[in-house]
Design a protein around this ligand. Sequence first.
Ligand code: NAG
Ligand code: NAG
Ligand code: NAG
Ligand code: NAG
Ligand code: NAG
Ligand code: NAG
Length: 473
Amino acid sequence: MRRFSLVLLFLTWTYGGADEPSLQAVLSQKGLQKVSHWAMDWLQNELGSVKIPDVSGRVDILVGSVEYELHDMSIVRCDLPEPAVAFSEGTGVSLKVNGLSMAINGSWNTRFGIIHDGGWFELAVFNADLSTVLQVGSDERRLSVSTLICSAGVEDVQLNFHGGASFIINELVSWFRGYVMTEIRVKICPAFIKGVEELDSHLATMSDALQVDPFVYMNVSLTDEPILKNTGLELFVKGEFYSVRSPSEPPFPPNHFELSWRESYMLTVGVSEFLVNSAAFAYLSAGALQINITEDMIPKSSPLHLNTSQFGFLIPQLPKLYPNMLMEIVLYAREPPLVSFNNTLIDVQLFTTAKFYVVQNKHGLIPLFRLDLDASLSAKAFIKQQLLMGSVEMTNFTIRLDSTQIGDFPISPINNAAKLILSKFLLPKINNELKDGVPIPSVRGFSLQNSVLTVENGFLMIAADVGGPDDMQ
Ligand SMILES: *[C@@H]1O[C@H](CO)[C@@H](O)[C@H](O)[C@H]1NC(C)=O
Ligand SMILES: *[C@@H]1O[C@H](CO)[C@@H](O)[C@H](O)[C@H]1NC(C)=O
Ligand SMILES: *[C@@H]1O[C@H](CO)[C@@H](O)[C@H](O)[C@H]1NC(C)=O
Ligand SMILES: *[C@@H]1O[C@H](CO)[C@@H](O)[C@H](O)[C@H]1NC(C)=O
Ligand SMILES: *[C@@H]1O[C@H](CO)[C@@H](O)[C@H](O)[C@H]1NC(C)=O
Ligand SMILES: *[C@@H]1O[C@H](CO)[C@@H](O)[C@H](O)[C@H]1NC(C)=O
């Protein structure tokens, strides 16, 4: 079921007027086959609990007519062949199932004049076929599906009645086999169409706000009609992040990009600069871009510790005012960080403020001074053997004293110390991890395989095959 909801999630990315899509996703023919395979697995599991509607009717025989009712039917066995699925240009998806066989049992009742009878029966349907074309489009910024064409056939049926006067019925059945087959055949498409309608109304009622964590959500409404080619389906998703608490538009516009299809992968995804920056803006609005740095977070090997005695060589008056006390830093983004994707390079600009406090036992924090720290970083990223790898270098770093409660002090010693810590300590640590590679997390058992990541002009491109929980790795 979970697997199916993920398929649904992928399908739910929804549509909105003149918005620029910040997330674009292409599902290739290969990807469609995978999705169909998962859907079949899901269906096979669900079949046991499928409720088959009762069937009733009347059969005319020479001496009158028999009213019958078949009820409490359940699928006892089903051989669900892998369907042939293909995208159809400009329309949607064609789906053909050949050679589906199933066994159903249930109860029967008949009425012939005043004679009532009943028992149980077994029904076997052999080699049923279904051939349909689904239209895929969008409605109210959401993905929609409907059945465009449907035809069905049945090669053979076998019916065995037990109990009551079933020996007579079994005789009659051989005469009515054609009738029974037609009855079954004409019910296949309406049942299929109903299933697709249920899927469509499920899509229509799904929220266009995808909750990412307690702080932010992503607007997953569709900005345009999906594009359907013989080779794949492309969805255009708004992909903008908002703070849950105070949703507002960021002060910068979305950027346009065009994703080129990589049809040898199941999935190609393009993520714009704007998507990443709207996320940064949303996290900032949600108050999530803040960290309190305390002495217990500083590694033993660090050259500088959050201790007023040790800060004496940077700020001479500090240990005189507050001898031998621990300090704490509240570091937060003063403005949203700015990320740009620039042909192979990821440029990041950080605008932060650090508030320094001295920790007074049980009496809380006493403010000392406030520094504005701005940094420009330039990063490279790629995926190799399913590990995210890369490197980061600092391209600019500046510190300004914003305000002070302990009088002025020269800023350049602090500037030098900070640069030293960053370039000799923090960045080498990060670069070491990126050199070894960070595993790409799997989401609910779904993992990316054979993935590639490239930094394009204004967006990131990720192409990958997707493995499910049951796939051999
Ligand atoms: C149909 O088959 C199921 C599973 O074998 C069984 O539990 C059920 O009693 C059967 N129903 C009838 C009406 O025979
Ligand atoms: C998502 O964006 C669309 C189009 O801009 C808008 O109509 C819709 O209200 C938004 N939904 C949420 C939850 O922000
Ligand atoms: C960080 O410290 C500030 C100031 O003392 C406090 O208001 C805030 O709640 C702290 N935040 C966290 C996440 O501990
Ligand atoms: C501060 O550092 C000094 C020397 O580095 C150490 O002796 C002292 O215990 C530290 N003070 C606190 C409060 O940890
Ligand atoms: C992108 O890179 C080019 C060449 O390296 C450089 O000239 C340009 O300024 C960069 N653009 C941005 C937005 O960083
Ligand atoms: C570094 O950033 C400061 C402002 O933050 C700017 O004035 C300066 O020109 C930048 N230096 C370089 C080399 O980009």
